[in-house]
Ligand binder design. Structure first.
Ligand SMILES: NC(=O)c1ccc[n+]([C@@H]2O[C@H](COP(=O)([O-])OP(=O)(O)OC[C@H]3O[C@@H](n4cnc5c(N)ncnc54)[C@H](O)[C@@H]3O)[C@@H](O)[C@H]2O)c1
Length: 316
């Protein structure tokens, strides 16, 4: 597991351990937290951009790689495109080279809905032509293509089975409440908990598809040993767009507040921001019999309850 100290990767590590898998987590802790890594997992602090950090792990023998390590912020991809490219694309190439060298039969990759950009109909199916609108989206799409092209190579003398999940806006426990660069729901919750004004970029009518972490983890886990997902790219979302204005109102309401009692500001649009986003989840339904179970209202309540507890116990 790469990125196993991060938001999504740490939940996946927990689920793998619960199902009896042995897990080695590789993470450089640039945005992840050591505390989030399941105590039953082996932890290696290392970097996917350094092949020498991967070698000793792969040399132990690996049955499957779940590759989530990434620079996951659109804003930071514009601030430091080289870092974004190195981490997301070169990091993935390094993982692929290690999979080839050690004949790893299974790789699951964390891809992103950002690759759909602004020119596709919403809800968007996997067959839509990619139109990345940010550097981040370009590097994730390039990485995804490296993954699938490598698996399709005819010169390999073993079968590498790959699956990519184009995840939409994943939210829930352990999403950073202090990282202003990624995760709009957690940013708003963090704002309210600290009594800061909420800033909405653009007019707030841009939409996102919020999918709860528990639903995302179930899809990855069900896919891990499911041959129907081999070679596939699969959207994970709910199919329902929520505007950022509606998100802001839902967060305020969950705290018993509204815009008349809480400051909400509007700021300039961010580069790379998509206008509308929602997943067509027919493929996940067909291949995995998957559909989200956690409603947005329920998920927000759980996330806020967790976030309040963080404030009471600031170490986590
Ligand atoms: N959160 C979402 O809504 C979402 C949506 C689509 C795709 N994704 C993808 O899912 C993955 C996980 O995202 P997340 O939300 O959990 O973000 P996150 O920032 O919490 O997790 C990323 C993890 O990767 C680690 N990492 C970063 N660079 C690394 C490097 N060079 N070497 C080793 N480890 C490194 C970080 O320390 C962190 O623990 C990422 O690949 C992201 O692009 C996330």
């Amino acid at each position: 597991m790469t990125g196993g100290a991060g938001f999504i990767g740490s939940h996946l590590t927990d689920a793998l351990i619960a199902r009896g898998y042995r897990v080695v987590v590789l993470d450089n802790l640039s945005s992840g937290k050591r505390d989030y890594v399941n105590a039953a997992a082996d932890f290696v602090q290392g970097d996917v951009t350094e092949p020498a950090h991967l070698e000793p792990i792969f040399a132990q023998g690996v049955d499957a790689v779940l590759h989530l390590a990434a620079q996951a912020s659109i804003r930071l991809s514009f601030a430091d495109p080289s870092h974004d490219l190195r981490t997301n694309t070169l990091g993935t190439i390094n993982i692929l080279q290690a999979c080839l060298a050690y004949r790893v039969p299974r790789l699951l990759f964390a891809s992103s809905m950002t690759i759909y950009g602004n020119s596709n109909p919403v809800p968007t199916a996997e067959s839509a032509p990619p139109d990345p609108a940010s550097y981040y989206a370009i590097t994730k799409y390039a990485a995804e293509r490296y993954v699938h092209l490598t698996a399709a190579r005819r010169d390999l003398d073993f079968q590498l089975n790959v699956t990519s999940f184009r995840m939409f806006n994943v939210y829930g426990e352990r999403q950073s409440l202090t990282n202003a660069y990624q995760g709009v729901l957690a940013i708003f919750i963090g704002n309210v908990l600290r009594g800061e004004p909420i800033t909405i970029h653009s007019d707030g009518e841009q939409s996102r598809d919020f999918v709860h972490i528990s639903d995302v983890v179930r899809a990855w886990m069900d896919a891990l040993e499911e041959p129907a997902t081999y070679g596939q790219v699969i959207n994970l979302g709910t199919g329902t767009p929520t505007t950022v204005n509606a998100l802001c109102d839902a967060v305020l309401s969950a705290f018993g507040k509204d815009r008349s009692s809480y400051p909400v500001r509007y700021g300039p649009a961010q580069p790379g921001d998509m206008r509308a986003s929602a997943a067509d989840i027919s493929r996940a339904k067909a291949l995995l019999n998957w559909q989200p179970r956690v409603s947005f209202a329920e998920g927000i309540q759980h996330t806020i309850a967790w976030a309040r507890a963080q404030l009471a116990a600031p170490r986590r």
